[in-house]
Design a protein around this ligand. Structure first.
Ligand code: PLP
Length: 609
């Protein structure tokens, strides 16, 4: 896997040239040069780079594919889209989304009060706002305020209770009533890790009976002219197009039936999000089975067909795709701090004058390995190490013997793999596990890749440099949290190989790609490692600019954020230090200034490499 599957996951956003990863846009800067420029200012620890041109690319792609499908199918509705804020609410993302989406009138979707306030504050004037999720009276009143303030807002009801609240607020106030949508509960379920959003036992949506009840209520309260949207969402990262088509047929028929029942203002069908992103980098891995072109053409064709069959006018098509829009725009870059299997280096072998017979035999096997005998000798060595470990447990060999045995076996495996390619695949996989190198990264998996921690969602990983050399070390990645869950273990079904690097002589930076959706806001401050420092990179024809720096929180700010008083903590630390009697006044003042420096820096490790 020399190219790290770039052709599978990168969508031509990145290329490899002269051993480095370059951004495939205009002046094609190398990620390493950007990283070095940032680190030259003294920044240490992980960094997040944002590329707004990749957000623009995705928005354009979404609109052009749907508009093309509309033209091709002579569809008579429009295409509209909103960005779901839950996917990434950070200011430099939302600002980029609204700026790049302005020419398309791209709107925002909110799923909570805070997101609704953000949507009201940040949406492009005249663009759509949709509101999903559970709502109380306050949130519904906020939607009325938004409508009254001139926003083009649609509140999707998740249950009849919410409709009753809308009716109550409409009666109590003179505020403009927002447009009303109904989320329908489909019997068609989705596919993939996040497929729980549809199906009859899903958390959201109204059943057929409830939909009919809602229409009755709307009619009775003279609010039917506000009922404008049918909405569904079958789950994020949809892997298979077949369930999407089934859901479209079901929702399309519900829409058409409602029109035939007299819901004249109904003019939009909102198909939610779910467009998948490629996270896999292994050639054997299963990928989602459709493209954006196939997706848009299926949606447009199916809806047109259903409406034509029922004699209903074509609705405008709404999407709420989030992952597809922002996943690719951000990547995490982290230095490797340490490699952990150098302890098995042959130079550490410390054989005695007289070694236990099995250790002696291992040494003989190692010295006499040839391409012809290596498979047989390897099997002998694996057998011997089992016996030697048992002998250690029973107290018959000492720690030095054990260390020598482990070093010898490790090196026998390594040398055998070099000498022959005839080892059977299953055994090879197991040997790679034995031989793996542990790469300690200056980052937290809980903070930066929470979906790996929680769901084992893979993210593409690639070294930023050294790519002219073949990466041969089976790699496990360890993060710096004090938690054994903070690792991406070597998986022989999806093997990651990294380079054999001497970190005393050279640096090694890894990039974790496609992390722009969900990861940044789901990230946890486990061990109090917070969001890494982030930078926006705007690339032009000749160079690039680095802007919008948001530094990772300092240690004292982290503690303040969880409720500690800065002054109380600092006073205590200072008093304890100053009252000590074992150091001179000069040492006290030097130590104090050191302490202050540490407190006002972020908590990631400050590697000297
Ligand atoms: C109602 C709704 N719309 C849109 C989305 C965004 O989905 P995605 O990021 O997969 O496009 C979600 C996410 O789960 C959602 O619940």
């Amino acid at each position: 896997m020399n190219d790290f599957g770039l052709d599978i996951w990168s969508n031509d956003n990145f290329i490899i040239k002269d051993g480095e990863v370059l951004v495939n846009y205009k002046s094609t800067p190398s990620l390493l040069s950007i990283t070095n420029k940032i680190r030259a200012k003294g920044v240490r620890g992980p960094i997040i780079l944002r590329f707004p041109h990749l957000i623009k690319k995705q928005i354009k792609d979404l609109y052009s594919c749907f508009n093309f499908a509309i033209k091709e199918n002579s569809y008579r509705g429009d295409f509209k889209a909103v960005f779901p804020l839950k996917v990434n609410q950070l200011p430099n993302v939302v600002n980029a989304v609204t700026r790049e989406g302005a020419e398309f009138n791209y709107g925002l979707e909110a799923g909570s009060k805070a997101e609704l306030i953000l949507a009201m504050g940040k949406s492009i004037s005249g663009s759509q706002i949709t509101v999903n999720g559970f709502k109380d009276k306050e949130m519904i009143t906020l939607a009325f305020i938004a409508a009254h303030s001139g926003h083009n807002i649609t509140v999707t009801i998740e249950g009849l209770g919410e409709l009753r609240t809308i009716i109550a607020v409409a009666k109590e106030s003179n505020l403009e009533v927002p447009n009303i949508g109904i989320r329908v509960r489909l019997h068609s379920a989705g596919s993939g890790t996040w497929a729980k959003s549809a199906g009859m036992d899903a958390k959201f949506g109204l059943t057929a009976t409830e939909i009919l009840e809602a229409v009755k209520l709307l009619r009775k309260e003279s609010l039917l002219e506000k009922f404008s949207m049918v909405h569904f969402h079958i789950g994020s990262q949809m892997e298979d197009i077949a369930p999407i088509k089934r859901a479209l047929r079901e929702a399309g028929n519900i829409y058409a039936e409602l029109k035939m029942l007299g819901a004249d203002a109904l003019s939009n069908i909102n198909i939610g999000g779910g467009l998948a992103v490629t996270y896999e980098q292994d050639k054997e891995a299963k990928l989602h089975n459709y493209s954006i072109e196939e997706f848009s053409s299926s949606v447009v064709f199916l809806l047109g067909e259903i409406m034509d069959a029922k004699g209903v006018s074509h609705p405008d098509i709404f999407t709420e795709s989030g992952r597809f829009i922002v996943a690719s725009h951000a990547l995490l870059i982290t230095p490797v701090l340490e490699l952990f299997t150098q302890d098995y280096h042959e130079s550490l072998l410390n054989l005695k004058e007289k070694n236990p017979p099995l250790v002696h035999e291992l040494e003989e096997l190692y010295r006499q390995l040839t391409p012809k005998n290596c498979i047989e000798y390897l099997h002998d060595a694996l057998d011997h190490i089992e016996s030697l470990l048992t002998l250690f447990d029973l107290g018959y060999i000492d720690l030095q013997d054990r260390s020598n045995a482990e070093i010898l076996v490790h090196n026998i495996i390594k040398k055998s793999l070099k000498l022959t390619s005839k080892i059977n695949t299953n055994e090879l996989k197991q040997l790679q596990v034995n031989l793996q190198e542990r790469y300690l990264i200056n980052a937290s998996i809980f903070q930066s890749l929470p979906d790996y921690w929680g769901l084992k969602q893979h993210f593409p990983i690639i070294p930023l440099h050294h790519l002219q050399k073949k990466a041969v070390r089976a790699a496990t990645i360890w993060d710096i949290t004090c938690d054994s869950d903070g690792e991406i273990a070597f998986d022989s079904n999806r093997p990651l190989y990294l380079h054999d690097i001497n970190l005393e002589e050279e640096e090694y930076f890894l990039g974790f790609f496609n992390i722009g959706a969900y990861q940044e806001v789901l990230g946890m401050d486990h061990n109090l490692f917070t969001h890494p420092s982030e930078y926006t990179i705007n690339i032009n024809e000749n160079s690039y600019t680095i802007s919008n720096e948001v530094e990772s929180k300092s240690t004292i700010d982290i503690l303040y954020n969880i409720g500690y008083k800065e002054s109380e903590l600092l006073d205590k630390l200072k008093t304890d230090l100053l009252k000590s009697t074992f150091i001179t006044e000069k040492e006290k003042s030097d130590t104090l200034s050191k302490l202050e420096t540490f407190i006002y820096q972020n908590g990631y490790l400050r590697t000297t490499s």
